[in-house]
Write a protein that binds this ligand. Structure first.
Ligand code: ADP
Ligand code: MG
Length: 425
């Protein structure tokens, strides 16, 4: 399990909090089971793991890599232990200052913690660590998430080394098979971002869920982009006001992101708009390859910038226009599928991250009953998204949202408005 997740658990689970025991099917507040659980959540992760994750003999290439590195001129042997660590500290401090993070001590601590976790991975010596850091792999998540070929290319490490690093990161992050009990534990950490409309929040079971991918689909001007702007503001609110006290990453494929609109919405909530704008990291994707790359890079930014919301507006647009006439439909679907899985994997790794994508609808004139409008991307998108919200126009500024299929939400509708001040009831 990840160090970072463990820290969150410690923050969330305090002594005195009731512990729901799935075996007894009731909450414990004291007693043996309670004390055992308390001890478990308070134990540092390192002590919990029984053995090193990488076997020695599985590891020839790793050793070769490391030997080669120390010959390559890092001059490991010339630095006494303490001096070298000081050097590392200096670099990271410099980098943080350059990024203007000095005002945010929590954030700096978090970066340090992520780096520490990478450094503590089995098989990571100083030289390997420096290569990873230099190439921008500063957290377990970024290692677990990035395709091996990219890690190899950027860090210069060998294939086997990279494979074992990924395996170890994944194990520490607890990715892979897990028991339903663990899934339940994880789902308990799910929080929500308010949309600004009580009605819409209710429909969504309290707001946009973290750990899930939410797809907003509908025709032109039904409010997809407006809701996404609003979420970028709202995610920054304190938790008691429906936010997550975090930043947003906005990937714009259509050129419709408007900071002016963010300012309007922030001011309507009495927030300092400069601060709000600063916490929205913006990326304009000019084509589908670029869009895919931006999401792959996102893994590195999430911890560093305390990102709690990723927006992709819109998901399919580029793929749709680029693959007309070029390649087959199957080819396009496969690439969309991979991109979608990159996004879903982010949701899986970061329990406190919400991903929201928009999707255009296309008219299907051959359908004579039911709704002739269908989300672009066909079945691939329908199966990959976890919560799908269909938007349509109502009277004037009113819009109607309908849950299309969500694993745990009843189907239903909500009416909300797009106003000067943003999304409202
Ligand atoms: P979509 O992304 O689904 O195509 P948008 O989210 O861009 O649609 O919604 C556009 C609609 O939002 C406009 O038709 C308008 O009604 C409303 N809107 C946009 N900006 C404002 C504003 N400043 N004040 C009030 N309504 C606005
Ligand atoms: Mg739009």
């Amino acid at each position: 399990m990840a160090k970072a997740i463990e820290v969150e658990k410690q923050e969330i689970f305090k002594k005195g909090d009731p512990y729901y025991c799935p075996e007894c099917q009731r909450e414990h507040k004291k007693g043996k089971i309670y004390n055992q659980h308390l001890k478990y959540v308070m134990t540092p992760e390192k002590e919990k793991s029984e053995e090193n994750l990488i076997e020695k003999d599985d590891n020839e290439e790793l050793e070769k890599d490391m030997q080669a590195e120390s010959k390559e001129g890092y001059m490991d042997d010339f630095y006494p232990e303490g001096e070298e660590n000081e050097l590392l500290d200096e670099i990271s401090e410099e980098e943080m200052l350059a990024e203007g993070e000095d005002e945010n001590e929590d954030n700096a601590n978090q970066i340090e913690e992520c780096l520490e976790a990478v450094k503590n991975l089995p098989g990571v010596g100083d030289a390997t660590f420096r290569k990873l850091k230099k190439a921008g792999f500063k957290s377990l998540e970024s290692l677990a998430f990035t395709p091996p070929t990219i890690i190899q290319q950027e860090s210069g490490l060998g294939e086997k080394t990279v494979a074992s690093l990924i395996k170890a990161s994944m194990e520490q992050l607890n990715i892979g098979f897990k028991s339903a009990e663990e899934v339940w534990e994880q789902r308990k950490n799910i929080t929500r971002i308010t949309t600004g409309s009580q009605e819409l929040d209710n429909l969504l079971g309290g707001g946009i869920e973290t750990g899930s991918l939410t797809e907003l689909f509908g025709e032109f001007r039904t409010g997809k982009t407006q809701i996404m702007h609003q979420l970028c503001v709202n995610v920054q609110l304190p938790r008691e006001k429906g936010g997550l006290e975090g930043g947003a990453l906005y990937i714009d494929t259509e050129g419709t992101f408007r900071p002016e609109r963010i300012i309007q919405m922030a001011e309507a909530l009495d927030l300092d708009h400069q601060k709000i704008l600063k916490n929205i990291i913006f990326g304009r994707a000019y084509n589908s390859d670029h869009q895919i790359l931006l999401i792959k890079e996102a893994a590195n930014l999430i911890r560093e910038k305390n990102i709690k919301l990723i927006i992709v507006d819109s998901l399919i647009g580029h793929f749709r226009s680029e693959y007309i006439g070029r390649g087959t439909l199957a080819n396009r679907q496969q690439i969309i599928n991979q991109h979608l899985h990159d996004l879903l994997r982010l949701c899986d790794i970061y329990v406190d991250l919400a991903v929201v994508v928009s999707n255009q609808v296309q008219a299907k004139p051959d359908v004579f009953y039911g709704n002739p409008l269908q989300a672009a991307g066909g079945n691939v998108v329908a199966h990959g998204s976890t919560i799908r919200v269909y938007l349509r126009k109502g009277k004037g500024e009113q819009r109607i949202a309908k849950i299309v299929d969500a694993p745990h939400l009843p189907e239903g509708e909500a009416i909300f408005s797009i106003t000067e001040e943003g999304i409202k009831d």
